[in-house]
Design a protein around this ligand. Structure first.
Ligand code: NAG
Ligand code: NAG
Ligand code: NAG
Ligand code: NAG
Ligand code: NAG
Ligand code: NAG
Ligand code: NAG
Length: 646
């Protein structure tokens, strides 16, 4: 009889305690939550008892508020109802891990400003990480792993300055990793998501397994990003977004070409990685041997290594550079305006600009926002010393119409050039791109101005630098806003490739004598320039292989048409809309035909070509008013016969 009495007394005391100190508001919130979320029966919250005694609930010392809610693995199902947990404003710990909660992580959790730990891992939460989590300024552990979260990791995570653990693995997060730089962070994991791009240097201290299993993540501690080792790009089939990124519709041929190129690139990347890995292993063995020995020189060299962090060391190795060669991105000429090194380049996000005759070009966006072009040369035969000397020579070239070389890199496996990036594209794409689809055609004045710009660059190369260009073609004329600042690129590279390969690379622009001698000369440059002028006049590409058509020998074709005295037929139909320019077109045609003379000695030198074009341009400018006012097109153009057809 005494025992039940005692129990009820205890119960009564407890009840009065509750009445005195009970987190009434929080209790209501908890009841609202649990009544709307299905769960296992072992979570029995008795509304008549104090909430502070409930399973999973912890109150502060005065029982005035709930400070922790831990309900791991209790079979909670469905979304967290809005306006419930977000109102437990004193909460420091919220753990709902290993349930079957779904839907978005409610925004109102950001009102829990005292929260230190948020464990929501192993649920089925979907949609994005709410940006409002950045308001949880005291958060030290954020575990959202093993959910179904999508979208990007918000940069504002950086606001969480006390964070020691950020665990986001096993979700479907995409986009690139923001530069998260939180000094207190010790546990970090974003593995098994769909992230891409380069790993920011602020995070390279974490192990490889923190980043593994992503779509397209690269850079230390993972293998470096392209241009050196293009990270395996998803095939077009599994990433349709990759195709839709470019605004232009791709032809079937282009898609096939891209698929083939992608496959080839992947193969090359894998091969290089393998080579690299073997190389690194050998290198490590050698280094270990060297460490055991006492060579003073070796000690000095490895002293250099100590400065760089171990992760950087890894990357240098991965870059395929021998220890002595590491970080040898050599700046030349005015390359000093840039402040990046090989590692920055390795980390840069890169996109293929095109495959040219000398190799593949990439557009690389460095972290500080600089954009450069990296050319990865193929089939270089020049030895290191020879290569370096030649790069120094090219680096000294300084003319507004010549694209400056900024830096180069030479290793056994990789030869890279770093150049300015000009967003304007090339003359070739402007002239031949999307013809007939309502684009603005390149007008006559612009054509002469671009030609003159290229001519000035070439003349400087010939007279001041005494260098043969060796690769004059429309796709090597890069445009700027101001057309007279157009620049020639890819000059003077032919000595690097040996005499057998280089001149054969550009049929269509190639002078006839070069087929035999295989050595480009000043005269053969003039010939190629003449073909370029014909291209501007006729609107026809001398090398249309890229467009899936047969190439056309422009000089031969033009000569045959002119011989038949159908000169007007030669000109680009897009030029026909401009009145009163026939005479000038014929004059430029004459200059062009002089340049493409079969006999090298019969061709004019570049300064002479430019002088003739300048005269033409001056006359054009003088006539501008007249031409602007005249809006009736002269029909049936009276074309003077061409005098200087060779
Ligand atoms: C709570 O108290 C009410 C009345 O005071 C009572 O009807 C109810 O059965 C009690 N519930 C539990 C679970 O004890
Ligand atoms: C707080 O509540 C718990 C559980 O109901 C109880 O054991 C404890 O004595 C209470 N503390 C205070 C200070 O009321
Ligand atoms: C956070 O709390 C404030 C006041 O307590 C409220 O006005 C606001 O709506 C809450 N925010 C969210 C996202 O619920
Ligand atoms: C994740 O979300 C997708 C749709 O957004 C859904 O099809 C899939 O079943 C979800 N996975 C899980 C484990 O909830
Ligand atoms: C950053 O955190 C502070 C509190 O630590 C908060 O007041 C502020 O709103 C947060 N900023 C953002 C952008 O979330
Ligand atoms: C990463 O993927 C997104 C699409 O999910 C794409 O827009 C973006 O360009 C990609 N970034 C890189 C560096 O590949
Ligand atoms: C990161 O998470 C993966 C599982 O996705 C795990 O295998 C790996 O060990 C974790 N790495 C670290 C550093 O915690």
């Amino acid at each position: 009889m005494g025992l039940p009495m005692l129990l009820s007394l205890v119960f009564f005391v407890a009840m009065t305690g509750v009445v005195r100190a009970e987190p009434t508001q929080d209790k209501a919130v908890l009841l609202a939550f649990i009544s709307r979320v299905p769960h296992e029966p072992r979570v029995q919250w008795n509304a008549n008892a104090s909430a502070c005694g409930w399973v999973g609930v912890t109150c502060d010392s005065g029982n005035t508020s709930v400070v922790a809610l831990r309900l791991p693995g209790v079979g909670l199902v469905g979304p967290i109802p809005a306006g419930t947990l977000g109102r437990l404003t004193s909460l420091r710990v919220l753990s709902l891990r290993a349930n079957r909660l779904s839907g978005p992580i409610p925004d109102d959790l950001s009102n829990l400003t005292h929260l230190r730990s948020l464990y929501l891992q192993d649920n089925q939460f979907s949609s994005g990480i709410p940006p409002a989590v950045s308001r949880l300024g005291r958060l030290s552990r954020l575990d959202l792993s093993g959910n179904n979260l999508t979208g990007e990791i918000p940069f504002s995570i950086n606001n969480l300055t006390h964070l020691t653990g950020l665990l986001l693995e096993r979700n479907r997060l995409s986009g690139s990793l923001p530069s998260i730089s939180i000094d207190s962070l010790v546990d970090f994991n974003v593995s098994n998501n769909n992230l891409n791009g380069s790993i920011p240097p602020t995070l390279d201290r974490f192990p490889e397994s923190s980043f593994a299993g992503n779509l397209n993540l690269c850079g230390a501690p993972l293998p470096p990003c392209s241009p050196f080792f293009p990270s395996p790009a998803p095939s077009p089939a599994e990433n349709p977004a990759g195709g839709s990124k470019s605004s232009k519709k791709l032809s079937k041929a282009a898609i096939i070409a891209i698929a083939v190129a992608g496959g080839a690139l992947l193969l090359v990347a894998l091969l290089l990685l393998l080579i690299c890995w073997m190389f690194r292993r050998r290198e490590r063995q050698r280094r270990e041997k060297a460490k055991k020995g006492v060579g003073a020189a070796a000690a000095g060299r490895s002293g250099e290594t100590v400065i760089t962090s171990s992760s950087k060391e890894e990357m240098g190795g991965a870059g395929g550079a021998a220890e002595g060669e590491r970080n040898r991105l050599v700046f030349v000429g005015k390359g000093g305006v840039y402040s990046f090194d090989l590692e920055d380049l390795l980390r840069a996000s890169a996109e293929v600009l095109g495959k040219g005759s000398v190799g593949t070009s990439y557009k690389a966006v460095l972290e500080e926002g600089t954009t450069v072009v990296v050319k990865r040369l193929k089939d270089v035969v020049a030895m290191k010393r020879e290569f370096e000397l030649h790069m120094e020579t090219l680096g000294k070239v300084d003319h507004p119409n010549l694209l400056p070389l900024r830096a180069y890199y030479y290793s056994k496996d990789e030869k890279l050039l770093v150049l300015d990036y000009l967003p304007g594209g090339s003359l070739s794409s402007l002239l031949h791109g999307s013809r007939g689809s309502g684009r603005t055609p390149l007008d006559w004045d612009s054509r002469i101005r671009v030609a003159l710009a290229a001519g000035r660059g070439l003349a400087h190369l010939h007279t001041a630098a005494r260098l043969v260009h060796g690769n004059v073609k429309a796709s090597n004329v890069l445009l700027r806003q101001d057309l007279e600042s157009a620049t020639l690129s890819d000059y003077g590279l032919h000595p690097l490739f040996g005499s057998s390969a280089a001149p054969n690379r550009v049929p269509g622009y190639r002078a006839p004598e070069v087929v035999q001698t295989r050595r480009p000369t000043f005269e053969s440059d003039v010939y190629s320039f003449g073909v370029l002028l014909l291209e501007l006049l006729t609107g026809k590409a001398p090398n249309q292989a890229a467009l899936g058509e047969d190439g056309i020998d422009l000089p031969v074709w033009v000569r045959s048409v002119v011989r038949e005295e159908w000169t007007a037929e030669v000109f680009d139909v897009e030029l026909m809309r401009y009145p009163n320019i026939e005479e000038e077109m014929v004059q430029l045609l004459q200059i062009a035909m002089a340049c493409v003379a079969d006999v090298p000695d019969a061709r004019p030198v570049m300064p002479e070509v430019n002088r003739m074009m300048e005269e033409l341009l001056n006359r054009t400018e003088g006539d501008d008013a007249l031409r602007g006012s005249s809006d009736d097109r002269s029909k049936g153009p009276s074309t003077p016969p061409i005098a200087t057809t060779p």
